[in-house]
Write a protein that binds this ligand. Structure first.
Ligand code: CS2
Ligand code: MG
Length: 408
């Protein structure tokens, strides 16, 4: 069996999905996701200019060797752009493998450990009252886990993942007004004084069963994060995410010494080498890599297996940062992984997105049920794809009130 061709598509409904399609001489094709938020053209050109010409003629069944060929063979290893490109290739090769075997991917991993995988939704509010309304809607829809983010009184701009106005929506992942980022102003002091009480009010209103998650989005220093983690303990969080910037891994030791709040990290990690210390030293409770930019199924499965040895559960980074192809790859891993925790899930199910990526995967009542179709179980409609093209966009940047650049 040989790879005969591969194509990259960039675009989608309100999102620049980077979709790879690998063709074989047996008529079977595989699909993969290389979406890297606001840098989408870069994995796309790495694929087209270098990786695809080197894929032609290879046997697609040798997914491990092909992974090693690109990762080791690059000499300059890793990084989000390259790993997203390898991730897409690897996902597509697993998709082909599943189609050859006529089995859904979770069967190739070891079968199902559960029927449905718990997902968490993103509740958001311009203020706490607005956030409570948003949480209530998700609870009514059957979600068992909800991430909560709200505006902070006195903060000059809306803040991470928070709308400007009550009941509003905001695309905080990509601002499509252009390539130049807008600026948010941040004040850690105001946040630290307000948020622990707000989390406690949410806990009191929704009772002990709701799993409440909160994302600090890398904005505190280690000392601040330790103080914050300690102060949110009464709210009994399911997890506290990215309390500090991910590069400084010793910060997690400091937080651990002061608090037992469960910590989730890893959405910006690309390799097992960025996770192994945190996992082996049991400094985190959930690992949040994404199958797309952590190098695909082959590499993420290694991370999941390592995590299982250390009581670390999965909490894969979720939509809409990635396409339904990545979500499907994660859904198959979620169905299998003995150490599954929760899956991030933002409503992707627009009719336009479903038309571009048809599938039988099912999200209902806060649970994701993986389909039994062979491979990833997601298709890609090329005629639909012609409706879309690349739209330049950017994340905001963050500055402190005196102008100092901070972490988005
Ligand atoms: C966020 C991300 O979902 C999350 O937990 O931290 O969505 C993040 O803001 C985006 O991926 C950035 O592109
Ligand atoms: Mg996050």
């Amino acid at each position: 069996m040989k790879i005969t061709d591969a194509k990259v598509f960039v675009g989608g409904p309100k999102k620049n999905y980077v979709t790879l399609k690998i063709y074989t001489d047996q008529g079977i094709y595989g699909l993969g996701d290389a979406t890297l938020n606001n840098r989408e053209t870069l994995p796309a050109s790495y694929l087209t200019d270098y990786l695809i010409p080197n894929l032609i003629g290879l046997d697609p069944r040798n997914s491990e060797d092909i992974w090693q060929l690109f990762y080791r063979g690059a000499y300059f290893r890793g990084g989000p752009i390259a790993m997203a490109a390898y991730g897409a290739i690897d996902m597509a090769l697993w998709d082909i493998k599943g189609k050859i075997a006529d089995l859904p991917l979770y069967q190739l991993f070891g079968g199902k450990s559960r029927d449905g995988a718990m997902v968490y939704a993103h509740a958001t509010g311009a203020d706490l009252e607005d956030l409570m309304d948003s949480v209530a809607c998700y609870v009514e829809d059957g979600y068992k886990a909800v991430r909560v983010q709200c505006g902070i009184p006195g903060m000059p701009t809306a803040g991470y993942a928070v709308p400007e106005t009550k009941g509003g929506m905001r695309n905080y992942i990509t601002d499509y007004s252009g390539i130049r980022p807008s600026t948010e102003i941040w004040d850690s002091g105001k946040y630290m004084r307000y948020m622990p009480g707000a989390l406690m009010e949410i806990r009191e209103k929704f009772g002990p069963e709701l799993k409440i998650l909160h994302d600090v989005h890398h904005r505190l220093t280690p000392r601040e994060a330790a103080e914050f983690a300690k102060s949110v303990e009464p709210a009994d969080l399911y997890w506290l995410e990215d309390p500090t910037p991910a590069e400084d891994q010793d910060a997690l030791k400091f937080i651990r010494r002061h608090s037992t709040v469960p910590i989730a990290i890893g959405e910006v990690f690309n390799t097992i080498w960025q996770c192994n210390k945190l996992i082996e030293q049991e400094l985190v409770d959930f690992i949040r890599v994404a199958v797309t930019y952590a190098g695909g199924i082959t590499h993420v499965k290694r991370i999941v297996d390592l995590a299982a040895l250390h009581h670390v559960r999965t909490g894969f980074h979720g939509a809409p940062s990635h396409s339904p192809l990545c979500m499907a790859a994660q859904a198959h891993l979620n169905a299998w992984a003995p150490n599954f925790g929760v899956q991030e899930y933002l409503v992707l199910g627009t009719p336009e997105c479903d038309a571009l990526f048809p599938s039988e995967h099912l999200m209902t009542n806060g649970m994701f049920y993986v389909s039994d179709a062979p491979g990833l179980g997601v298709d890609f409609d090329e005629a639909e794809a012609e409706r879309y093209s690349y739209e330049p966009g950017s994340h905001p940047i963050v500055r402190l009130e005196d102008g100092t650049l901070w972490n988005y």
